[in-house]
Each structure stands twice: as C-alpha cells, then as structure tokens.
Design a protein around this ligand. Sequence first.
Ligand SMILES: *Cc1c(COP(=O)(O)O)cnc(C)c1O
Length: 476
Amino acid sequence: MKYQSTRGHAELRSFCEILLEGLAPDGGLYLPTHYPRIDAATLARWRGLRYHELAFEILSLYIDDIPADDLRALTARTYTPEVFGSTEITPLKPLDRAANTPEGVDLYLQALSNGPTLAFKDMAMQLLGQLFEYELARRGETLNILGATSGDTGSAAEYAMRGKKNVRVFMLSPQGRMSPFQQAQMFSLQDPNIHNLAIEGVFDDCQDIVKAVSNDLDFKRRHHIGTVNSINWARLLAQVVYYFAGYFQATRDNGDQVSFAVPSGNFGNICAGHVARMMGLPIRHLVLATNENNVLDEFFRTGTYRVRGSAETHETSSPSMDISKASNFERFVFDLLGRDGDRTKQLFKTDVEQHGSFTVTDDEFARTAEFGFVSGTSTHADRLATIRDTYRRFGVVIDTHTADGLKVGRECIDWGVPMIVLETALPAKFAETIVEAIGIQPDRPPAMRGIEDLPKRFVVMPADVQRVKSYLSEHV
Ligand SMILES: *Cc1c(COP(=O)(O)O)cnc(C)c1O
C-alpha cells in the first residue's frame, strides 16, 4: 500500500515513511491510494477474531513495510485486557435493551475509554507508542515529541510513550488551567523520558510555542523534533479497527447493518468510520455529533465549511470537541471531491486561508449522503438532560462528550438498524458536569483514586519560545 497527499503532490510514500511525519510536503494529509474492499468471506472470517487479531488483519492491509510476525506481535502487545480492562477491549453496553427506543431499535454504547487515560485516544495512541519504538529502533534514530495539550491528547501521548526506548515527550500545558484530575494524570508520571512543561499562559500560547519551534526547521532537524497530532494516519488507522469490532458485537450476520454516532471535534474518529465504510463494512449512517462548536454540523447541513475565529469558539462542558476548524476534515473532502487534489488544495489552501470558508457544489454535497453522513448539534442543556435521563432510566453514568453523541444519535435512529454510540471518555474525567446533572460524583477506576495526592514532576516556564528551546536543548 502506498500513500498520497490530499493536495496532489506526486510522490507516493510507504507506511513507515509517513509514520513519523506530519503533513505532506505540499501541506496536505496522507491517505492510502485506495481503500481495500473486504469481501463477504473475509468479513465472515473476521467475525470470530479477538481484538488484537482483528487489528492485525486490518493493519496488514495498509502496512506492507513491517514483517507480518512483527506487526502481529505489536498488536498483541498493545490490545491486552491488562491495558484496556476487558477481553473484548471495546465491549458494547446495551442501553434500551429492556425499554427499547420508540422505534424498537437496539441502542448501544461502545466502550472505548477503558485505557490508561480514560478517553478513546488511548485506542490509537497505545499502538502508536509500540509502532514508534519499533521503527525508531529499526532506523537507529531517536524522536523528541513536542506537543501542546489542554487535556486528553497530551495525557494519552505520555501514557503511550512512557518508558519507550528512543522516544522523549515534551508536553506543554497551560499552568493551572487543566482540571486537577487531568493535571495529576500527567504530572504524576515519574518516567525520565516524559517532560511536563507548565506554561504561564493559555492553551493558545502553548500551541504558538510549538508552532514557533516547529517552524525553526534547523532546530527541528538538529533535535529530532516530531509530533503525535491527530492528523497522523497511523492513529486514524488504529481507530478503524473498533468500528469492525463494534459491528460484529451488534450483529449476528454480515447482512445486517448498524449506524454509529460519533462525538466529533477534529474529525479523526468519524473519519476512521468513513474508512471502515469505504472498506465495505455495512454501516448505514455515520452520525456526526458536535457541541456548540458546530462547524461540522453546519457543513453536513448546508455544504458550507466555515472555520471560526477564536472569539467565536465556545468553551463548553465537552471541551475535547471545542474546535475552530477540523484538522482531519480535508481527508474526507478529498474523497468527496472524487480525489481531486487540485480542487482540495484550492478549497483548503486558498479559500479557507484567504476567506475562511468554502462551499461545495450541489452534486458534491449530495455525495455526503451517499457516504452515509448525517449530523446534529448538542448543547450544554442537552448534555445535562441526556446524562440525567441515561442515569435515571438505565443507572448508567455517561461523560459529557458521549452525551453529545447519544443525544444526536437518538435523533438519527432508523427503523431496524442498531445504533452504536461511541463512548469517548469516562465520566470521572469531567466530574463537575456530572455533579451538575445528577448530583453525584462519578466513580473512578481504582488505579485513579487519589492520584491528585501523588508526587508531581513538572517544570513551570514563562510563555517564551527561547526558554522552551533551551530546555529542549538541555534535555535531548
Ligand atoms: C478528542 C476527543 C473527541 C473528538 O474526537 P475527534 O477525533 O477529534 O473528532 C471527542 N471526545 C473526547 C473525549 C475526546 O478526547
């Protein structure tokens, strides 16, 4: 399998070549040159596999530069019950089984958040940790990952890379602005290859510093600086696996269809669903749920993609979906435009950068339905109501992001088609809103109890590019 840029750059690359890279040279994102189609016999065979075996089967269709035995070992080491809490790895939890929805349709949560940081980002990041260590050892190289976080991504990256050989993580976070729980998750890590830099500023300051360092190409090359952001193809590929795993659990026969509801921010998670559907997984609808930052819902309702300024971006109680633009969306648009790299470049490079928006043609917009997409928006009041209702009727406490997915998912149920809502975080991560909704503290997994009291390892630094660079130089 070869990979191409969404902006038409001619050179094709292999999986391991793009594994440690960000954008393509022309500023586009990498996608495989085609999506392998899964025939009925293969789908039937996969139904019986364990999660890590399924992961191996899917990954090996897209990775031809890692020997099969090595790839099998990497997936087996990643997706274990010890790390993800159950042998199913992403078990379905039935809601409405007894009561049923008005339409009489099965409604499920798919648990993706039982990894070390209690959010679905572990599903991909844990595999990335294994792949990075493997590839760096093979090349005899080291990598220093520089990132900025306001929560989920940074902690997932640190837990994936801790103790890994030839990798260091330097994670910038806004000092005093993460929840005490999120801060404790990151700062309690004692591994020498993990560096927490608490920046005296807001998240945007952290991100600006990362950009400034990355734009200093000489510094970047000398210090082997890289990233693990959500545009990494390997992360997306890892996420394709749980759509298959969810499908097999919700159906008995490969003639059945299901729909997935996906709480969305940067369009990474649901893009993996799009890839699964393009491979032939029988998905009726991919239901895209946004919070008040409804950039993507607007697109799927109107055909206009309009990025927001910082003044227009709301801080919400589902903060991991607070986006002003969706960094993975270009991948989907490339497919929507019949893989026309020049036109994709025109829309994202010229129209978005110069005018802040683009509108696709009527024919192109019609294809969003062919690709199975529907969408909706959820608000703070919807989240509270959904959390309350789910607790009252089923005794199940869900997190705020999952509540956005469930609210919109319910609105998009088709008769006879099970709806699987992806649970993207555990409620313990967003306790404040849970208390607001139902008046009780959500449970924490035993390993997370009292982490706020553990010794912390971090350095405080002003929002100053030079100071961060000096720190990097001294510690790489
Ligand atoms: C990152 C995240 C999302 C958004 O996922 P995308 O892949 O960016 O669409 C939703 N919920 C939670 C809890 C997250 O951490």
